[in-house]
Structures are given as C-alpha cells and as structure tokens.
Design a protein. Structure first.
Lengths: 282, 291
C-alpha cells in the first residue's frame, strides 16, 4: 500500500503514482481512536439490549401497570402534554433564556469595544480583555449552572445567571470580530471633522453594527432556549426540572416522553421564529 | 440712462429666477425628504414590543433568592477557588483528576470519531444533489429529531441499555453529533464542484471511481474541519455527561457542588479550563492547516 505504484504508458514512459498524503493523518486518527476507545471501554456497564424497546415504549406511550392498578389512556398522555405544569415550565424556560440573552448581550457591548483592536489601540488593554473573555467561554453553561445553583439555590435565577454569562462570552467574541471587520472610513471621517471618539463611535460604528448585533442576539436566544431546556436538570429552572423529577420512577416515565415532545416542538418553533426574524433583518 | 436701468432690471430678474429655482429645488428636496418611508412607527412598535417583553419577563419570573448570608457564601467560594484540593488534582489513580480528564477527552474523541464516520451516509442521503429535493427533506427532518433530543436525556436512556460508565458517554456523543455533522456534511456535498465528476464521466469512470477520484478529494477537507469543530463542542459536552454518571469529569463536579466542597470543585474547574483551552488551540491549528 505504501509502495509507490509505477505505471507504464503506451508511449513507453513510466509514471510513478504520487504518495497519498492522507494516509498519515488517517493512521494517526485511527491510532488515537483505538487508544481512546480502550480508555473508554475500561469503564463500561452491563449490556442490556432488550431494554431499548422497553424504554422507548415507556417514554412514548401511556403508563399501564396492572400490578399497581395504574391504567392511563392516550387521553391522559395528551392531557399531560398541555397541562399547566408543562405550560408553566415552558414559559419559565423561555423567560429564563430571554432574560439571560438580554443581560448578556447588553453587558457584552462595552467589553466588545474594549476587545477590538481597531478602536482601542493600546495592546495592554485588548490582549488581557480577550484572555478574560476566552476564559469565560471555556466554561460550559451547565457547569456555570451547577456553580450558580450551589451558590444561590435552585430556581430560575441560577439559570438566568448561567445563560447570561454564556451569552456574554460568546456575544463579546462575535461582536469584537465583527467590529474589527467593519469599514472604519466613516469613523475616521467623523474624527477629522472634529467629533470626539464617543460621537464618532455612535454615528459611524453603531449604525453599521446594529443589524449584525440584532442577528447575533436572535441567534444566541435560540441557542439559549436549547441549552436552558436541560439546565433544569441540575436545578436551574425550566423544563429540565420536571424532566428530572419524572425521570427516576418508571410510573412517570410516560411524562418524560411528553416533555420530550414539547421540547421538540419548542425548538422547532424557535427555529422557525429565528429564521423569520433573520430574514426580516437582512 | 434708460438702457442702463433696463440692463440692471434684466440682471435682477435673472438673479430672482435663479433664487426661485434654488428655492424650488430645495423645496423639492424637502418634499422628497418628507415623503421618505415612515419607518419610525414600525421600528418604534417593535422596540416597544421588545421592551414590554423584557419587563414582562422580569416581573413574571418569580426570582427568589435563598435566605443565605451572601458574604460568607462568597468568602467560602473565594477561599475554595484560591485553595484547590491539590491531593485530588494530582491524584494519579483512576479516581483522580488527571485520569478523569483523560477519560473525558477519550469520550469526546471516540464519540466524535464514531459520529464522523456514521454521519457520512446520512450526509450523502441528505444532500439535495445526490438524492433529490423530497428525500433530502425527509433526511433533514430525521437529523433535526436527532439534534433536538437533548444529550442528557439520550445519556439517561442509553444508561438503561449499556449501563453506567464512559462507554455510554462516548455512544451518546456519537449518536447526538450525527445530527449536526451530517447537516454540515450535506452542505459541503451540495457546494461541491460538479466539473471533476463530469470529467470522470467523460473518460468513462464507473461509480466507485467517480466517488474515489471526483467526490472524496473535494469533500474530505470540509468533513475533517467540521469534525474537528464538533470535537471542540464535544469536549465541553463530555464534561456535562458525567453529571448523569456517563463518565468523565462531570461526576466529581456535581458531587462537590452538592456537598458545597468548593476546593474540590475548583480543582475540577481548573482541569476543565486547561483541557478546553488546549483542545481549542490544537484543533484551531489543525483547522488552519486544512483550509
């Protein structure tokens, strides 16, 4: 395989087939995969393949346990789908992610300006700022939520803090990259007319930035809805809370299925909404 | 004398007409300006709506803060974060942070590797230029279902089937990542240049030769860069999967948080930060080489 193949052409010339360079990275990747899967397989449980059908049946059909005298019908299943509990949890998820996105995207404005190379020209301001933002971005939202929950207790506030920190990190990065790619002509023109830096920023950079900023906000809102759905699993409010509460018992597992269906619908609606708004913005 | 006055009159008239013209022109500009599309009502309405939504969201979410002494709580947090549990951080056994970090990266890598391979058929079956418009819609719906099924719930389902442990985490990531990877693969396939395939057709290549020499060389760099990007994301989600006992750093993190053991938590957080920064750095360097 590694030996170069020689081909003799009808004219008598011999041509060597060039060495395929993709073999080396592919071999490295496969070797790493073998090592990794060896590490992973050190820690495995017992395989129960027959469970897979059972669990999906439990999730997506009404609970029926003759032994416990529990007989739920499809009416109960769909009744739970639109019950008050789920509606409230859905509302809380939406509010949490909305407030988190608002706080994060307002907070990110000054930091994005401080991070951008073409507005703040001093190196010792924007380099440490970027380092801090990168540090903020390394933390997964779920880990943030865990810290917030153990600090201020369970509830929507912990989720709001986690989502706003996440939004802050990602929005700052996206915005300063956007500011650096802006056309700085109007900014310089205004400064040469005698405007100070703030005036020049608000009349030249801001109008250029606004549509992009709104687009990023909508994008972040969508991500935050997706993440805050499961944030409740660690106690940070929203749909995850009832998901976690119903997951452990086999008698309430059909509720988990109903919650999953609602999650799916919510995400689909959010996708349609963001697509519509982004279409309007452009 | 009369001649002179006539001349002057003529000049004055000329100036007057000029002024009139100017006035008319500026009037025209002003008229046009007044006829500009009145968007302030629309924009103001949307702004009002957004403000109302913000106010409503803040008021209606009953934010309650637990009755705690915040000063002491933050003091404990600060003391824990400045004094990480070094015994735990440098514990070389299977329960220590270094091994768990390795396990987290292993979960992310093997999961991404599996997904990167499994997503190839899904990608081809979702690409519009391979299967046509209607079948591609069906594939898209399937991928959306895979993507929206939350990772944690998938892990909880798989735990019943495979049992607790890192293998479950790797499989969860492997299945969940297919959703995004296949979508981006399909986009790469749709953006492919048709020229080489037509050329291969012209020299009489069969289907496999067309795939090998016409399609693969074009799409493999895109596929690899997408898979590397997903690896970045998966390293983060592998830390989360530990919280439902699917292996990795999440389990000690959630135990420490439930026991308010800030020093142990901070040693886990240090490991997460170092791991994520390193992985991000390596994968961005590799991606730069690819493109």
């Amino acid at each position: 395989m590694l030996a170069a193949k020689t081909i003799t052409l009808p004219s008598g010339k011999t041509v060597k087939q060039p060495f395929n360079k993709i073999i080396i990275p592919a071999a490295i990747a496969i070797a790493v995969f073998i090592v990794c899967s060896w590490v992973v397989l050190q820690n495995k449980g017992t395989l129960k393949l027959y469970e897979i059908g059972t669990i999906f049946k439990q999730l997506f059909s009404p609970t029926d346990y003759p032994a416990m005298n529990i007989h739920h019908t499809w009416g109960d299943y769909f009744g739970y789908l639109f019950s008050l509990e789920i509606r409230e949890a859905l509302g809380e998820t939406l509010r949490m992610s909305f407030i988190g996105s608002i706080i994060g995207s307002v907070l990110c404005l000054p930091f994005a300006i401080l991070c951008s190379q073409n507005i703040v020209k001093t190196k010792w301001i924007y380099v440490p700022m970027r380092f801090i933002i990168n540090l903020v971005r390394t933390m997964p939202t779920m880990v943030m939520a865990v810290i917030a929950v153990s600090l201020i207790g369970m509830g929507a506030l912990a989720g709001i803090i986690a989502t706003s920190i996440f939004t802050f990190g990602i929005m700052t990065k996206m915005l300063y990259e956007c500011i650096e790619a802006l056309d700085m002509g109007p900014y310089e023109a205004l400064q040469s007319c005698g405007a100070n830096k703030t005036q020049a920023f608000f009349y030249s950079v801001f109008p250029q930035l606004l549509p992009t900023y709104l687009g990023y906000f909508i994008y972040n809102f969508e991500i935050n809805v997706r993440t805050s759905i499961v944030l409740g699993y660690v106690g940070a409010g929203g749909l995850g809370v009832i998901l976690q509460a119903n997951m452990d018992s086999i008698y309430t597992r059909s509720r988990v299925g109903a919650i999953l269906i609602m999650m799916f619908l919510l995400v689909l609606l959010m996708q349609a909404f963001t697509r519509y708004v982004r279409g309007k913005l452009q | 004398m009369m001649k002179f006055w006539n001349k002057k009159k003529h000049e004055i008239k000329k100036i007057q007409t000029q002024l009139n013209d100017q006035e008319q022109a500026s009037q025209k500009v002003a008229d046009k300006y007044n006829q500009r599309p009145k968007k302030w009502m629309y924009n103001g309405g949307i702004a009002l709506l957004v403000v109302a939504a913000v106010v409503y969201a803040f008021i209606s979410s009953e934010i309650s803060i637990r009755d705690v002494d915040f000063a002491t709580q933050f003091y404990y947090l600060w003391r824990g974060f400045t004094h990480p549990n070094t015994d735990f951080l440098f514990d070389m056994s299977k329960g220590g942070v270094p091994y768990l970090t390795l396990e987290t990266i292993a979960i992310a890598f093997s999961g991404t590797f599996l997904a990167a391979i499994l997503a190839i058929p899904f990608g081809f079956l979702t690409a519009k230029n391979v299967v046509g418009k209607h079948w591609s819609k069906l594939g898209e719906v399937l991928l959306i279902i895979i993507r929206t099924f939350p990772e944690i719930v998938l892990a909880l389902v798989l735990i019943r089937v495979i049992g607790m442990g890192a293998t479950t985490g790797a499989l969860t990531i492997g299945i969940h990542s297919i959703g995004m990877l296949a979508k981006l693969y399909a986009e790469a396939i749709e953006n492919m240049d048709q020229g080489p395939i037509e050329a291969l057709d012209a020299v009489g290549a069969n289907v496999w030769q067309k795939i090998r020499y016409g399609i693969l060389p074009q799409v493999i760099p895109d596929f690899l860069s997408v898979a590397l990007y997903r690896f970045d994301i998966n390293v983060r989600s592998a830390t989360i999967l530990g919280m439902v006992s699917a292996g990795g750093l999440g389990a000690p993190l959630i135990f420490a948080s439930q026991a308010w053991n800030w020093s142990q938590m901070s040693s886990v957080l240090i490991a997460i930060v170092i791991m994520v920064i390193t992985v991000d750095f390596i994968s961005s360097k590799l991606r730069q080489k690819l493109v």
